[in-house]
Design a protein around this ligand. Structure first.
Ligand SMILES: [Zn+2]
Ligand SMILES: [Zn+2]
Length: 277
């Protein structure tokens, strides 16, 4: 697999986001210059998709029926894994990763290709246009509130507004805000044997103890105000879900997802309350 953009669109090594075509590497990564990310002490570094294809590969693991995780090995940039959601109305890629190669295209094509790509927030925009192009220019659904963070634009990107967007029956994007103004999670009504699933990126981040957290900046540990955390809890509360898949392989709330998220909101609000400690 080779294409011009794989060589001339630079990818930030820290956040994994691919930039628009340039002859020289961009002077800076706006996403990593932001407080929600960081530039490493060694300075800004870039790679390309061509280089990444020589040093890395993707691995696949079924998370549950009709949901397959796709992650890059060895780990690259933030290290999130994407999720391929299979539905009777087509497959959707939830969140995105920087590496797309021949094997990945062949495997995903074998599973029926992509009807669309939906991404929780700018940290996971990755090589979204390369993924779209590989699957017949599949539409990429991004919340319009995060428009300024798109580093490589293309006609496949469809900015949506409002608070919810149904991609297919039982597959709904929910704008949560918080981590980013347009930060989004995906509700899959048929997941978890019909008890419902939330694909949450790090908008509702699944933590090591199996609860959730909600940060403005994860690497720099900058919390969100109480009103934002409460708002996230409130917008997902009407949805039924038993399981929550966070952004990383091991970060899954296996059961009681709705209650765990509600308890996690309460725990967070207690922790940041003025009188709590
Ligand atoms: Zn970056
Ligand atoms: Zn993030």
């Amino acid at each position: 697999m080779s294409n011009a953009s794989a060589d001339s669109c630079f990818i930030c090594k820290t956040c994994g986001v691919q930039f628009a075509e340039t002859a020289e590497p961009p002077p800076a990564c706006q996403i990593c210059d932001d407080e929600r990310q960081y530039v490493p002490p060694s300075g800004q570094q870039w790679t390309t998709l061509d280089k990444l294809r020589r040093s890395h590969r993707n691995s696949f693991q079924q998370q549950e029926p009709n949901l397959i995780g796709i992650g890059t090995m060895p780990e690259f940039a933030i290290g999130q894994r994407a999720l391929l959601l299979r539905t009777p109305h087509g497959n959707f890629l939830w969140d995105c990763i920087s590496l797309i190669d021949d094997a990945t295209v062949a495997i995903v094509r074998g599973l029926g290709g992509l009807a669309g790509i939906a991404i929780s927030h700018p940290h996971y925009y990755a090589s979204m246009l390369e993924w779209s192009r590989a699957f017949d220019d599949a539409p990429i659904y991004l919340h319009a509130a995060d428009l300024e963070w798109v580093m490589r634009s293309g006609s496949a990107i469809e900015f949506w507004e409002d608070e919810q967007k149904e991609l297919a029956p039982g597959v709904t994007l929910i704008r949560c805000g918080g981590h980013f103004p347009g930060a989004t999670v995906l509700h899959w009504a048929d997941g978890a044997d019909g008890q419902g699933v939330l694909l949450s990126g790090d908008v509702i981040a699944v933590m090591p103890d199996g609860a959730a957290s909600f940060m403005f900046s994860y690497p720099n540990a900058i919390p969100l105000p109480a009103a934002s955390v409460q708002a996230i809890g409130d917008v997902v509360a009407p949805f039924r879900f038993d399981r929550v898949y966070g952004a990383f392989w091991e970060r899954v709330i296996k059961t009681n997802g709705g209650a765990v998220v509600a308890q996690s909101v309460a725990r967070y609000l207690r922790a940041i309350a003025a009188e709590s400690r």
